[in-house]
Design a binder for this molecule. Structure first.
Ligand code: SF4
Length: 90
């Protein structure tokens, strides 16, 4: 059976963190509350939870893909883009 991969679109994400609450085994939150994939490959026992997180994302920023396509970028999944702090913050 082809493994599933979890893919995050950081541009579409609003950063409310719902996905990390639903799938903490694979998704953590950074210091700004934006999701970071702990690992992109979805273990067989978590496929249902991953699909639920994808279906629940209000911004359609998560998806699951089948296949073992090479990740984009050098050595791993796409890097999470950190947004600059608002003026006067930090
Ligand atoms: S549920 Fe969707 S919009 Fe919310 S933090 Fe996760 S990926 Fe971003």
């Amino acid at each position: 059976m082809t493994p599933l991969r979890l893919v995050l679109d950081p541009i579409a994400c609003d950063g409310h963190g719902l996905c990390a609450e639903l799938l903490p085994e694979l998704i953590a939150l950074d210091d700004w509350g934006y999701p970071v994939l702990v690992r992109s490959e979805v273990p067989p026992g978590l496929e249902g939870y991953a699909r639920r997180a994808v279906a629940t994302c209000p911004k359609l920023a998560l998806r699951v893909e089948s296949g073992s396509r090479a990740p984009r970028g050098p050595g791993g999944p796409p890097a999470r883009v950190r947004r600059p702090a608002a003026p006067g913050v930090g």
